[in-house]
Design a binder for this molecule. Structure first.
Ligand code: ADP
Length: 792
């Protein structure tokens, strides 16, 4: 049988059907319309059907039509249409837009009371209307004003999963009014407002699941205008809802991914979406570590905590059921009936059974790059094949989960790398600051300069300044400019440059800079000129200071050596004078004898004269020697002044510190700040202390173990200042104790044995005493004390 044309179907519909163009005039009308209205076709091929409207209904329908055109929606209402004999009848009218674009024409369908009997009952005489409604691919119902079901078409029965029956009344018996309970709400609304209704409600589908239904209802009125029944047209909107729900949620979740929401939140939403759109379904997402060896629970919103515990942080092991199998094989893994599966012995099997889950489907989640990022697991109470819709939802969830996990992994890796980069940058900046080293690179090819923070700081350049060699040149000391230019040229030509130049900073101070530069191939694959500048001003100054210090030190040492020598000679002179004074008195006695010889009669002039001359000559010579020596020791004449022994001690320690370091001796200094000032000769006292220090150091020369000495000052009971130096050296044997201070006593191979004797005489000159004693432990202590009041 050939398919009927659309026009022939419309001709046979038991209602008035017409289409209108954008002007609102009819461009097509079926034969029922023509017969009922008796309206004529205009020469333009139109029928001005609005003229058949009851004048009271015209304005409302025009307004509704405009409204429907604006929103592109259906229009449903009930209106009175004029019959060809001039009588008005009520019609339930529905108008559907002919195309998606606005302002287009409409297809109108009017089912009117003309088709029903005068009392509003559905005409069943020839079953025409029934057959028509049964043929509709949509659910059609007629409901009484008291909300009782009068008629339901085959589509309604099919939807409810009920047997198809030929007799309308039998169909009613089949339908439990409870199943229609959802419709009563909208119907009540209709009753209360008397308005057509378009909306949705939920009803139990033949499968037992709740489905959304889109419903449209119009009242059908009898000849008197009373509502005789309601005509209900409805469609299962579950798939549509499903699709739009999926789409809306998918968009939301993708937005979350794009916003960088935490993966856990995204996965949670995905699980919920699959659970919402699939029946009997509890989901979880297990993320896999990069080496695919460990599980981490990404989300499991509706599973008991025990499921999370069994997987979270655990190694991927076959004992963990289909999830582990899917992770290992990278393929879908499924358990259809846990109770009869080998899995029941395992912990996860037990857990499934306790929670009444019999089936589990585990699917690998692939990242966009094809890596297995995790597992999507679906636990169900019993195994039922997924519907195409459910499969679609799961596929979408897998895709988004893959993107989300992958994105997070990339972000985590990126953050880690960024943090590392930031740390190493901070380290570089700190290292540059600590070492006062700035760096620069000059990309010769791109004529691009990059300077480090420290570079700007060292060269005292404005940090916003664009790097250029000329900007550096501005700072270079005029006297070093030529050197600078030559060295930069040398560096650029490939030889390394290493030179020191001066810069003048904005506050006119001069800085010494060491510049190192060379062309390197280590940064890019083409040559880059790079180098460092180091502020060496401080070390340069320290070096100068050191040099000056060393000069001063050398001078001080020389002075001290001079004093030492002078004093040694002085001491020698004293003994020489002592030694010489005896013969001198002899000489003088001889001279007297000589005179007496001369006084004899006759005087032995010749002999006496000769003796006298010799004697006088020798005496003169001896005197001359002593005189000359005395001249040499002019400096030794003590200069007595108010002085502080602590200061003197510090000076000597400072002078000898290098020497002590060279000898690896730790010197502990304990100076009592309260010691009174004394009157004394600084240089002589320095000489004494230096001699004591050197003796202590030499006493420790051959010992094993650490060498140390304690230099200490304090006031004793009578208010004298005591200075002592205790060492850990060889000490003083008892038999030597009395001899130390004797001139020319020494136990050293190259010693002179006069240091202590001179020291003691100096101290005694200051009215003090000097002594040496053995320590309780190793070594000896040599000390002296000087009274507060110097000897008058
Ligand atoms: P020299 O140092 O030239 O020997 P000194 O008069 O300074 O002359 O010292 C005399 C001697 O006293 C030394 O040779 C040494 O035997 C002894 N002596 C001095 N100080 C110490 C000391 N701190 N420990 C042990 N012996 C010492």
């Amino acid at each position: 049988m050939s398919k009927p044309s659309a026009a022939s179907v419309l001709e046979h519909l038991p209602g008035l059907v017409w289409t209108t163009d954008e002007t609102g005039a009819a461009t097509y009308a079926n034969r029922h319309f023509e017969a009922y209205t008796g309206l004529e076709w205009e020469p333009s091929g139109r029928i001005q059907w609005l003229t058949a409207l009851h004048p009271d209904d015209t304005s409302s329908i025009v307004e509704r039509l405009e409204n429907a055109q604006r929103t592109g929606s259906h229009l449903m209402t009930d209106v009175r249409l004029r019959r060809s004999d001039g009588e008005y009848r009520w019609f339930a009218v529905s108008a559907s837009p002919l195309s998606d674009s606005l302002n287009q024409g409409y297809c109108w369908l009017a089912i009117g009371s003309d088709e029903s009997s005068a009392d509003g009952h559905f005409p069943n005489s020839d079953g025409r209307m029934q057959r028509f409604l049964d043929a509709l691919p949509t659910q059609a119902l007629l409901v009484s004003p008291t909300i009782e079901l009068e008629f339901a078409n085959q589509e309604v029965l099919r939807w409810h999963g009920l047997a198809r029956g030929p007799h309308p009344l039998r169909r009613m018996d089949n339908l439990d009014s409870d199943e229609l309970i959802g419709i009563t709400g909208p119907l009540k609304h209709l009753l209360e407002n008397g308005e057509p209704y378009a909306g949705s409600y939920q009803a139990v589908h033949g499968s037992g699941n709740l489905h959304w239904i889109d419903v449209r209802m119009v009242p059908i009125r009898d000849a008197g205008g009373r509502v005789a029944r309601y005509f209900v047209l409805q469609n299962d909107a579950q798939d549509l809802r499903h699709a739009s729900y999926l789409l809306a949620n998918e968009v939301k979740i993708l937005e979350m991914v794009a916003r960088g929401a935490p993966t856990a939140d995204v996965l949670h939403k995905l699980c919920r979406l699959v659970e919402d759109l699939s029946t009997d379904c509890s989901c979880c997402v297990l993320e896999l570590s990069l080496d695919r060896k460990y599980f981490r629970v990404g989300a499991a919103p509706s599973l008991p905590d025990e499921f999370k515990e069994i997987f979270d942080g655990k190694a991927v092991d076959v004992g963990l059921g289909p999830c582990a199998s899917a992770a290992i094989s990278r393929k879908k893994a499924e358990v259809l009936d846990c109770a009869s599966d080998g899995l029941r012995e395992s912990a996860i099997g037990q857990l499934m059974l306790v929670n009444d889950f019999n089936a589990c489907l585990a699917i690998p989640i692939l990242s966009p790059y094809g890596n297995t990022a995790g597992i999507f697991a679906i636990y169900r109470h019993r195994h039922v094949a997924f519907t195409p819709h459910e499969r679609q939802v799961i596929d979408r969830a897998l895709l988004i989960a893959g993107i989300s996990i992958d994105r997070t992994r990339h972000e985590e890796a990126l953050l880690k790398r960024e943090a590392q980069l930031r740390r190493s940058q901070a380290q570089l900046v700190a290292a540059q600051r600590i070492s006062s080293t700035g760096s620069f690179t000059f990309d010769i090819q791109r004529d691009e300069n990059i300077w480090s923070e420290e570079f700007y700081r060292i060269l005292d350049l404005d940090p916003t300044l664009k790097p250029s060699i000329d900007a550096v040149r501005e700072r270079v000391h005029p006297e070093d400019l030529e050197l600078f230019n030559t060295e930069i040229q040398r560096g650029l030509s490939g030889d390394g440059a290493d030179f020191i130049f001066r810069i003048v900073t904005t506050d006119a101070s001069v800085k010494f800079i060491r510049g190192l530069a060379r062309v390197t191939h280590e940064i890019e694959d083409y040559p880059v000129f790079m180098g460092t500048v180091q502020d060496i001003t401080n070390s340069k100054r320290a070096e100068d200071a050191l040099r000056r210090g060393e000069e001063a030190l050398t001078k001080a040492r020389e002075d001290l050596a001079y004093v030492s020598r002078a004093m040694t000679i002085s001491a020698l002179t004293t003994s020489i004078a002592h030694e010489v004074s005896q013969p001198l008195s002899g000489i003088l006695a001889n001279a007297n004898t000589c005179l007496r010889l001369l006084a004899r009669d006759p005087p032995n002039v010749a002999a006496a004269s000769e003796t006298a001359r010799r004697t006088i000559r020798d005496t003169m010579r001896a005197t001359e020697v002593i005189k000359r020596l005395r001249v040499m020791f002019n400096r030794q004449i003590p200069v007595m002044e108010e002085t502080n022994l602590n200061e003197i001690t510090r000076e000597v320690i400072a002078l000898s510190s290098k020497d002590m370091r060279d000898r690896s001796i730790a010197v502990t200094v304990q100076l009592d700040p309260e010691v009174p000032t004394i009157t004394g000769d600084r240089i002589q006292l320095q000489q004494v202390i230096l001699n004591m220090l050197l003796n202590a150091a030499e006493a420790m020369a051959d010992i094993e173990g650490p060498r140390s000495m304690v230099v200490r000052t304090h006031s004793d009971a009578v208010g004298s200042t005591v200075l002592s130096i205790a060492d850990v050296g060889i000490g003083i044997p008892a038999e030597n104790a009395d001899k130390l201070f004797e001139a020319f006593f020494t136990t050293k191979r190259n010693g002179m044995g006069i240091g202590l004797s001179i020291s003691r005489s100096i101290i005694e000159n200051h009215g003090g005493v000097m002594w040496a004693e053995m320590n309780n432990g190793p070594g000896a202590t040599v000390a002296f004390s000087i009274p507060r009041q110097a000897r008058p």
